[in-house]
Design a binder for this molecule. Sequence first.
Ligand code: F6R
Length: 609
Amino acid sequence: MSGIVGYLGTKDAVSVLFEGLKTLEYHGYDSVGVAFLNDAALRVYKKADKIAVLEDELNSIEYHSQIGIGHIRLATHGSPVDVNAHPHSDCTGKFAVVHNGIIENSHELRSQLERKGHHFVSDTDSEVLAHLVEDAYEGDLLAALRKALEPVRGSYALVLISEYQPDCLVAARKNNPIIVGLGEGEYFLASDLPALLPFTRDVYFIDEGEFVEITPNNVQVIDSDGNPVAKEVFHVDWDVSVAERGGYPHFMLKEIHEQPQILRNTLGSRIKPSGDDIILNDIKLTPDEIRSFSKIVITACGTSYHAGLVGKHLLEKWARIPVEVELASEFRYRDPLLDPSTLVIVISQSGETSDTLAALKEAREKGCRILAITNVVDSTITRESDEVIYTWAGQEISIASTKAYTAQLLVMYLLALLFAKERGTMTQDEIAVITSALQQVPGWIEEILEQEESLREIAGHYHNCNDFFYLGRGLDYAVAMEGALKLKETSYVHAEAYAAGELKHGPLALITEGVPVVALATQEDLLEKLVSNVRGVKTRGGAVVGVSLGQSDLVDETCDHVFRLPKAPSFVGPLLSVVALQLFAYYMSCARGCDVDMPRNLTKSVTVE
Ligand code: F6R
């Protein structure tokens, strides 16, 4: 998640921009940039470096400025190099724009603009915005922005300035936040509240589809049809640390709530609008190469390993290719049977995990092609791999991984569909049925988030229990492992996941009166078998929390508590049930008074063996 700041007033704009951007450093970033009007001439300075470095550079330059825009970037489209940093300009250098979000049809728009003679300098999706505005400008910046955004699909919070109107800032919002700060004779714009708090506590929250025009004495907000909107001033009384968490008590809860937006961004730009094709431009594997692999080995640690387990099910089912999943810490010492016809997929949120990196090196020595799925651009694992797919989840601050996991899962779904298409194991119509369900997932997750109170209540009921079992079959078993891990790390509760059919082979001896069992029941074809395992638990006095897809009489009748996910096809079960398990772990942690975001003994990036 990148960060935006804008300013129009009487102070030195550049100092305000840097002060605001520094409050957003907790987002994580790799590049910084500012654009301002120096006596009506547009100047842009940007660098793939720290804010302080660019600030030092500007300190040695003469300028005068009372209006400007600034940005910190965490790379998604295009690596972290100077030219990819924001602000981006058009061909004439008269416009500059900063953007958060993803322009889904940037490739198509870029080709159209190039055919019209526009010259692009960066690899980013955002640069198209500056060129679209250049084309649309006929003397009114706000009108040009509205026209420029007409063909744009995707998500954006953006702010634009131009030499043509040196006393005007315009902004727009779609699926990414933008906030106006109201000062005395000065105005601010920011993507996040902490950037406004050093200057003002009176703000307008800009709503979906609205546009903003700021001039020296006025803020005008209009809706998508151009009608003026009367905004109410909101007085912020949060302290900075609450504002950094977006008003949530913990980063973990904030990150759980970010999942719909992250998945929407990924789906929009990685599924063709027709729904029957997958766009994974990041990888360069040819269809012939995809067909030539004899097997896939997925290796990772912790939560990322659990994403790999789901990936195995999907790849084997849809693309009919054998897949092994192995803990990186084991794989590296096992002298695994690999050859150049094996594709090795390494999954790592941080891209720095030492065991995963060692497993990667082992696979490379054996001549395998390496595909990394990571969240951090230019991390060590991305540099060591042949192919990289980024998960675009933004910086994850809470140690317990949530949004990075669902983003990894989504990439596994898309990769399995791509392989199925290229290997001819699914028709385009079959793929379209799955992508259409995937596109509904963000909305279904929002429905789950709306019911989080009931998960808080269930956690309240069980928070004194010190041993939990998580059961599931098929895809549910993979998610059960992730649910158990979330509970262990956030709540310091012993939790074990079992394939439900294994229960009778030993673990059932541990089920006595009141022992809590979380039963995942999202796999329609395995439901009766799962319920019969749950009955075995009930007979021994266990207390069962069922997680079903929609209403299920079988689950309702057998379980003590039931959390109903929205009715959805079983194959998307993992993307939904895990959100319920994340919230359950979160509320267990709160109820037990644990340090939610920083569990004891754990670190975010495990760079030791
Ligand atoms: C659990 C968690 C860890 C990581 C594991 C691998 O919530 O975050 O289990 O998944 O340490 O880390 P990455 O994905 O960075 O390689």
